[in-house]
Write a protein that binds this ligand. Structure first.
Ligand SMILES: Nc1ncnc2c1ncn2[C@@H]1O[C@H](COP(=O)(O)OP(=O)(O)OP(=O)(O)O)[C@@H](O)[C@H]1O
Ligand SMILES: [Mg+2]
Length: 289
């Protein structure tokens, strides 16, 4: 299947007002991307929004009740997480730390609904997600969760600005509004001058910053980030972390971030330490996690 074509260059120029015909072709464009990504067996499915699921308010952002996750490797079951219970209040910034293989990514994947627990309950904003069917889970995730992972996929034929715009266009926001918000976020991650560049014209660190901006543009209340600054130099990493921290403070977003870096974790309000798939109790948290 032929990759979808690059969008017209004029779309990346904010001085060009969007036109109705351009807005009209977006559903077709997204549908083509869907088919292309499905054909390539990619997981970052582009789907048009059909209805809205609102989270209950006044709940914990994240609640895990005795969650375990095992992976079957041949005849051996690998226990990635064992009986993990935790609560994350909304509007807080949590760092997840631990040795390689301790279960950090598995924890984020479970919370992000990218994988299902072997047992236990995963509840986001009062909504149990462990037993949602695929369609409802996809919709919930799209609207409630922003994801930044180490192995992110920017769409290769789209510019940085178009990549950042996409979540809003999929939600049906007008192109002009999406471009303005995307441009603001690219400026905040220091990439204004690269807005019209395609991913293969950007350094690894720059691509990662575009991915951060793309995850942030969705107004999702929960942002999950797995080593978001892993490929950035310390100055760029610090800028991205400050941006994420400011979103928690200014917009009340809830952030969970996996990191190996104690300096990065210092931006967080609390740190969860994992060891061999279990949370190491923190005496200062009085047994709450
Ligand atoms: N898809 C999978 N199939 C089998 N085992 C897996 C799978 N994903 C993770 N595991 C195993 O589960 C355990 C936890 O993995 P996980 O990726 O969550 O660790 P991590 O703390 O994120 O490590 P790192 O810091 O290296 O990224 C490891 O023993 C890993 O080998
Ligand atoms: Mg990991």
């Amino acid at each position: 299947m032929i990759p979808p074509p690059m969008l017209p260059a004029c779309w990346t120029n904010l001085s060009n007002a969007p036109t109705a015909p351009l807005n009209a072709i977006m559903p077709v464009y997204c549908a083509y991307w869907n088919a292309f990504l499905m054909a390539a067996k990619r997981t970052d499915k582009v789907t048009l929004r059909d209805s809205k699921m609102s989270p209950n308010t006044g709940q914990n952002a994240v609640q895990l009740n005795a969650v375990s996750k095992s992976y079957q490797q041949g005849k051996i079951a690998v226990k990635a997480l064992h009986q993990v219970s935790l609560t994350i209040p909304p509007g807080t910034f949590t760092a997840v730390m631990g040795a390689s293989g301790s279960g950090k990514s598995t924890l984020l994947h479970l919370i992000g609904g990218l994988t299902t627990p072997s047992s236990g309950e995963v509840i986001l904003f009062g909504q149990p997600i462990h037993d949602l069917d695929d369609n409802r889970l996809t919709r919930f995730r799209r609207e409630q969760v922003g994801l930044i992972f180490q192995a992110f996929n920017l769409l290769p034929t789209m510019s940085a600005l178009e990549n950042v715009c996409l979540p809003l266009l999929i939600q049906g926001k007008p192109l002009r509004e999406a471009r303005i918000q995307a441009a603001e976020l690219l400026e905040r991650v220091g990439l204004s001058s690269r807005a019209s560049h395609r991913p293969d014209e950007l350094s690894g660190g720059q691509q990662q910053r575009v991915a951060v901006a793309r995850a942030l543009i969705n107004a999702a209340p929960l942002l999950l980030a797995d080593e978001p600054t892993g490929n950035l130099d310390s100055k760029s990493g610090e800028e991205v972390l400050s941006l994420i921290a400011s979103l928690v403070r200014e917009q009340g977003r809830t952030v969970m971030m996996v990191t190996h870096d104690a300096k990065a974790a210092a931006h967080a309000d609390q740190i969860i330490q994992l060891s061999d798939g279990q949370i190491i109790p923190d005496p200062s948290r009085d047994g709450r996690n």
